[in-house]
Every structure is written in structure tokens, then in C-alpha cells.
Design a protein around this ligand. Structure first.
Ligand code: AMP
Length: 713
């Protein structure tokens, strides 16, 4: 971290304008990343990179107190990251180095904390941790070892819960430390007691803590996203921070958020002698507190260091992510004497654990196409071991990130993996760069791949252009004909590609207009194969309704949602006429999905395709049979996760059997899983099932459970 001299260290050689310019540039950059992290929960850089940027700014400001003290009005245009640092800057925005990153948004009522909600200073170095102790002992004139607590640093979003006379009254985000957003409505499904008898005599108390999400819940939500063809979330922290700021509380309620309390704000009618007494009370009141065995007590900084090592070992077993240790003075009288800066208390510090990194070679940059046409660059790496698993691919996020980091094919790159997070390329090792490595030209690369894409103004992502893009059309049709959708046998990738390339099929409806004569022009097609494909196309006309819905590729609608919609609306015209409110009444359909369905059916090209499918070509998709009253299916209410290789069934067949028996097939194991159906070479899902004590069954046991619904032979 401190190998490179910090800009502030050569400040004597820097011209005044340069310093002011550099401070302005760094302030703007830190402010931009703060906004991405706190307001949008969508950071572009890792925590570590952010902390380094902030450290750079702090060093420069503390070396140049006069310039650092200069602030001015904020112009409408912030200096860009590549702004010429030599140009004089007429103003300086207030420094984010001495204020808390704000999460405030206009969508919520604001609430002024009755006591400021601080951030924490942080460090990655043992030396700086020891400096913290030295500073404290000096300022408190305490020669001897100070009493500390070591707590896990939970990786979520801070929140303040207010109780008045024992009743929970509101939950507020940190905001800008002074005022936060009232996010109470997003707390309805978070478990903690709303009434605490022991606090009935306490007029007001603000308890501070962290809202976060277990890794298993994060996996479950991402599995759902994947199934619905929606973008995956980056990590549990961003998802948790985004969820408490959702405008639709029904969606937040469906995502298993948790809260853990570890601190105190304003309080009257009650007092605490120590931080450990507060932790004990939090437990006693039945509120969620730190994990069993925490906080750790440490007498002096040497013991603090030992406790941090212990926590680093144990935290891997926690079901949620932690990114460091928070070291706090235990004695509240001492805390008060130590005081605080405008940003953080002087009596606490966060020691952050560095995420695991490795250096490896970047062999190629490939493009991943999402179902909605978003193009994500992926680093194809020489496989390398990080945090116990082999990593051969990592995300490069988007064009701007590749440019900003100047990542080139052939480079040695630093790859980072923290917890369950998708591995990411952090930077290139410049002194190992091959002489012939060229800057990566994203647009040229897409062109070379034959991808017709565009980047809308203000968006970081490139997207395939409209539906006329032949690659998108090929993907759409392959999906339409696939086994998970219309199940048209014989219409695989090679056939679809030819149909599109020859201009015989321009959309889904054209499939049903194909003639034998046309099919005979395809490679490897003779009388028999043409007849067979025509038959398969004809028999797909009466497939179940959900298959058609899924096959049409409505953004946000995966197989499960398609089934739920088919069950409720029972015909395509009925679904097309449904209002957003009616759509939202369906389990699993929130604001975004409802809007997406509406937008899809509003498109003239889609309306035309559907009219031709149902009209000209006479498709009569089958509505699901309504189960007879009192028909108890053997797997009703059960959720089953399939893992490993099955012998007598394909995965899709197993899924279908489970669903026909009233059960639900899910992608990830959680406490709510009823059974895990394990085949050969079952991997982590099996291990997880065993850890959670979930019954594991094999194919024959599944069949036994299903006897009553299997077709009678
Ligand atoms: P930062 O997000 O870098 O400002 O770090 C400070 C934040 O760490 C606080 O605002 C809390 O949200 C969070 N945090 C997590 N665990 C703890 C803990 N045990 N004590 C205090 N703060 C914590």
C-alpha cells in the first residue's frame, strides 16, 4: 500500500496549482465513489482501492493544511477524473476525507439522528493499529495497557433503531451522519423484538447496528436472478444496502435481511459504564447481538493483535461476510474523554482484512452476453488458486473499468476474491507488461466478434442493438425452441443459425410458416429430416402455456415466473390485458417484473409476433390443469434442490416430476430446503445440506415419494 511515494510526500516539488488541482481531483473522485457505494450500492472499485484513494487524499491534505482548508461552492460540473491536474481550479469541494459518505436519497423521509452517527477510521496495517493505541494512551495520559474490545466488522449497511418507552419506533440509515433516511418500512420482515419490557421506563434509546444478508440468502436470490435471466448481484453487502433502500417494501420483505446491534446513540433514562455492558444488555433484551463468543476482551494492543488473528480464523465460519475487526475502548468514560473528529470516534478503529489476491496472466478478454443483450467483458485467466478455489475467469465490469485500469491482453494482472464475491481484476502489473501488449479497444473487439452493439449515453454497459441483431435473434430462437421452452426437437443451434443466416426466419412466428421446400435447402436436410422437423414444429403448437411465455423471452420472466403467470391468467390474451396491479398480486412478481411484462406486450413488434402465432399459425397453448379441490399432491409445499449427476433422469425430467407432484425445484440450498436430491459427484450443495441437516435423497427415494403421481405403466 505504501510502496509508492504518496503525492503529498513530494509536495515541495509540486507547484501550488498542482496541489490544489490534485486535491480537487481526488476529492471529486472520492465523492463519486462514495456516491456509487452509499447511494447506489453499486461500487466500481474494491473497498481496498477506495481506502487507498482516501489515504492518498488524506496524506496530501495533511501535508498541505492550507490548501486542504480551502473549500468553495460546488460547480455543476465536477472535475473529471482525467482533468488536467495542471490547470488551476477555481474552487475546492468540501473534503470527503473529513466527512461521512452519504447514503441519503430523495425517496425517503429524512430523520435527524439525535446523536451523530459516525463512521470509523480504518487501516490495513498492524503498524497503524499500534499508532492508534499510542495516540490514545498519549491523549488519555494512560501509560499502561488500555481495556479494549475486538468485534467483528459486519459487512452491510449501518442503521439506527429507535425505541421509545420500550417500543420500536423507527429504523434510520446513517445518511450523512447527521440526518438519515427513515427506512422503517423496509424493516417489517427483519427479526428482532418490537417491544422490550425492560425498556418501558426508558423514554428514548437509539441502538446502532448493521443490516446485512447471509451468504446463503444472497446465493438463493442470485439463483433466482439467474433463472429469470436478470443480472446477478455483486456481493451480499451491496444487495443488503440496496434492499433497505427499495421503494417497494414487499420486495425487501422477501429478501432475508438480518440486523445485528453493537452500538448506541442518543439515550436517556439509562446509562452504560462500558461497551461490554451494552453488548450484555443487547443480549439480555433479546435483541440480535454479535455472534456467540464476541466481543473479545483485550488488555493492551498486543492482546488486541492476538484477538484479531483469532477473529480472522473464526470469521470464515460465520454465515455472513465480515471485512475486518473493530477495536473499541471498552470504558465509556474513557471513550468520552477521547472524543471524536467530524467523521469518526477517536476511541475506535477498524482493522480491515485484506481480501485474497493472486497474480496471473490475462490470456484473453471474452464477452458474456446476458439474455437482455448486455455485454460484459470477462477476463480469461491462467488458472490460479485464490481463497481455496481455482479461479480462471474474473469480471472486468465494463469498458470504462478496462480503460481506467488500462488492462491489456497478455498482461500479468492482480485478481481479487473476497468471500463469495465474483473474482475481479484489480490492476495490471506494469513492469511485467509484454512489449507488444496493446490497449484494449472495446468497440473494435465487439466489431471483430460481429456483434452489433451500442452504448447509450450515460450508461457504462454496451448492449446488443435491438432485435434486428442477428446474434440476438439466433439466441432468442435457440431459447424459444429449447427444451426449457417450446421443446422443438431437431431445432438446435446449427439449424437455427442457418434459418437466420438464410433469412428464412426473422422472428418466432416465422418458425411456424416454414415449408418443406425451405427446409430442404438447409445443410444435411433430406425428405425425412425435413418432415420430422415440421412435425416437431407442429406438435409444439399445443405446448403448455408457460413454455410459450418462457420461450418469448420476456425480460425478467424465467421459467418459474412463467409457470406462476400461466397458472393465474390461463391464456396469453388474458395475461396481455392484465394491469400492473393484477400482475403484482402474483407471488414473485414485483414492480420491476410487472413493468417489464407490460413493456414487452406494449411493443408493436411483439404484439405482431403474438398475433401471428395465435392467429395465422393457430397455436393453442395448454393452460395448466387446475388441481381438484382437496387434491393433496405428495410434494405439496416441499422444496427440493437437485445436485450432481443423476442416472435415470435428466435434470429437467427430475424437475418436471417434482413440479407435477406439487413440489418446487430450487437452485440453492438453504434452511428452507426440504430435501436435496443428490446424484453422483455432488459437490458443495451436498456438503451444505449435510451441514444444515437437510435430508438427502437419491432417485429411487424420489420415485417412492412420487408413486401416486407417476404415470401408471
Ligand atoms: P465504513 O463503512 O468504512 O465507514 O466503516 C464504518 C462502518 O462499519 C460503521 O458505520 C458500521 O456500519 C460498520 N460496522 C460493522 N461492524 C461494526 C462494529 N462491530 N462496530 C462498529 N461499526 C461497525
Amino acid at each position: 500500500m505504501d510502496k509508492e511515494p504518496l503525492p503529498g510526500q513530494n509536495s515541495t516539488r509540486m507547484a501550488e496549482n498542482d496541489i490544489v488541482g490534485e486535491i480537487a481531483r481526488l476529492r471529486a473522485e472520492v465523492a463519486r465513489h462514495n456516491d456509487l457505494y452509499y447511494t447506489h450500492a453499486a461500487p466500481e472499485i474494491s473497498d481496498r482501492e477506495f481506502d487507498e484513494l482516501l489515504a492518498k487524499l488524506k496524506a496530501l491534505e495533511s501535508d498541505n493544511p492550507l490548501f486542504a482548508a480551502m473549500t468553495g461552492t460546488r460547480p455543476s460540473v465536477l472535475p473529471s477524473v482525467d482533468a488536467d491536474a495542471k490547470a488551476p481550479h477555481p474552487y475546492l469541494a468540501a473534503s470527503p476525507a473529513s466527512s461521512v459518505g452519504s447514503d441519503l436519497s430523495d425517496e425517503f423521509e429524512s430523520y435527524t439522528h439525535r446523536q451523530r452517527m459516525y463512521s470509523l477510521d480504518n487501516t490495513y496495517s498492524e503498524g497503524e493499529l499500534r499508532d492508534f493505541d499510542t495516540r490514545l494512551r498519549k491523549s488519555l495520559a494512560a501509560g499502561a495497557a488500555l481495556p479494549y474490545l475486538v468485534e467483528p466488522k459486519l459487512d452491510g449497511a449501518s442503521v439506527s433503531l429507535s425505541f421509545e418507552n420500550g417500543r420500536f419506533v423507527r429504523a434510520v440509515s446513517r445518511g450523512d451522519a447527521i440526518t438519515g433516511d427513515d427506512i422503517t418500512r423496509n424493516f417489517s420482515a427483519i427479526a428482532f423484538p418490537r417491544h422490550i419490557a425492560a425498556l418501558e421506563t426508558v423514554p428514548a434509546i437509539e441502538l446502532r447496528g448493521e443490516v446485512f444478508m447471509d451468504r446463503a440468502e444472497f446465493d438463493r436470490i442470485n439463483a433466482e436472478q439467474e433463472e429469470a435471466g436478470k443480472p446477478m448481484y455483486m456481493n451480499p453487502r451491496n444487495l443488503a444496502a440496496g434492499t433497505i433502500k427499495l421503494l417497494d417494501p414487499a420486495i425487501s420483505a422477501r429478501r432475508g435481511l438480518k440486523v445485528i446491534l453493537y452500538g448506541i446513540g442518543h439515550h436517556e433514562g439509562i446509562s452504560f459504564q462500558s461497551q461490554s455492558a451494552l453488548h450484555a444488555k443487547i443480549r439480555e433484551w433479546g435483541l440480535p447481538g454479535l455472534p456467540e463468543g464476541y466481543p473479545l476482551r483485550a488488555h493492551g494492543i498486543d492482546e488486541v493483535w492476538q484477538c484479531i488473528q483469532k477473529l480472522d480464523k473464526e470469521r470464515k465460519k460465520f454465515p455472513y461476510d465480515t471485512d475486518g475487526a473493530v477495536v473499541k475502548l471498552d470504558d465509556i468514560a474513557l471513550q468520552e474523554r477521547a472524543g471524536a473528529t467530524s467523521k469518526a470516534p477517536r476511541w475506535a478503529i477498524a482493522y480491515k482484512f485484506a481480501p485474497e489476491q493472486a497474480v496471473t496472466r490475462l490470456n484473453a478478454i471474452t464477452i458474456q452476453i446476458g439474455r437482455t443483450g448486455v455485454l460484459t467483458p470477462v477476463a480469461e485467466l491462467e488458472p490460479v488458486l485464490i481463497s481455496g478455489s481455482m479461479v480462471s475467469r474474473a469480471t472486468l465490469h465494463n469498458e470504462d473499468e478496462i480503460k481506467r485500469k488500462d488492462i491489456r491482453v497478455g498482461d500479468w494482472v492482480v485478481v481479487e476474491k473476497a468471500g463469495e464475491i465474483i473474482p475481479a481484476v484489480i490492476n495490471a502489473v506494469l513492469d511485467k507488461r509484454p512489449a507488444d501488449a496493446e490497449p484494449f479497444d472495446f468497440a473494435k473487439h465487439l466489431k471483430a466478434l460481429g456483434l452489433d452493439a451500442e452504448r447509450e449515453a450515460g450508461q457504462a454497459a454496451w448492449r446488443l442493438r435491438g432485435d434486428s441483431d442477428p446474434e440476438l435473434l439466433r439466441r432468442r430462437l435457440r431459447h424459444f425452441a429449447s427444451r426449457q421452452a417450446m421443446d422443438i426437437e431437431g431445432m438446435g443451434e446449427a439449424v437455427v443459425n442457418q434459418l437466420v443466416n438464410l433469412g428464412l426466419v426473422k422472428d418466432e412466428a416465422d418458425i411456424y410458416a416454414l415449408t418443406k421446400h425451405q427446409l430442404l435447402t438447409l445443410e444435411k436436410f433430406a425428405e425425412k429430416s425435413a418432415d420430422k422437423l415440421l412435425e416437431a414444429i407442429a406438435s409444439s403448437k399445443t405446448r403448455e402455456l408457460w413454455r410459450l411465455l418462457h420461450g418469448l423471452g420476456i425480460p425478467q420472466v424465467g421459467a418459474q415466473t412463467a409457470k406462476d403467470l400461466a397458472k393465474e391468467f390461463r391464456s396469453l390474451p388474458a395475461l396481455m390485458q392484465a394491469s400492473e396491479e393484477e400482475l403484482k398480486a402474483i407471488d414473485g412478481v414485483g414492480d420491476i417484473v410487472a413493468l417489464s411484462i407490460h413493456a414487452f406486450f406494449a411493443r408493436p413488434d411483439k404484439k405482431d409476433i403474438i398475433a401471428r402465432l395465435l392467429g395465422n399459425h393457430g397455436l393453442t397453448p395448454a393452460a395448466p390443469e387446475a388441481p381438484a379441490e382437496g387434491d393433496a399432491l405428495p410434494l405439496a409445499g416441499k422444496t427440493i434442490v437437485i445436485t450432481g449427476t443423476l442416472h435415470s433422469l435428466s435434470r429437467d425430467e427430475a424437475k418436471e416430476l417434482i413440479e407435477r407432484a406439487g413440489g418446487k425445484a430450487s437452485g440453492s440450498v438453504s434452511k428452507k430446503t426440504s430435501y436435496v436430491l443428490a446424484g453422483e459427484e455432488a459437490g458443495s450443495k451436498l456438503t451444505k445440506a449435510q451441514e444444515l441437516g437437510i435430508p438427502v435423497i437419491d432417485e429411487s427415494e424420489l420415485r417412492r415419494m412420487l408413486v401416486s403421481t407417476l404415470p401408471q405403466a
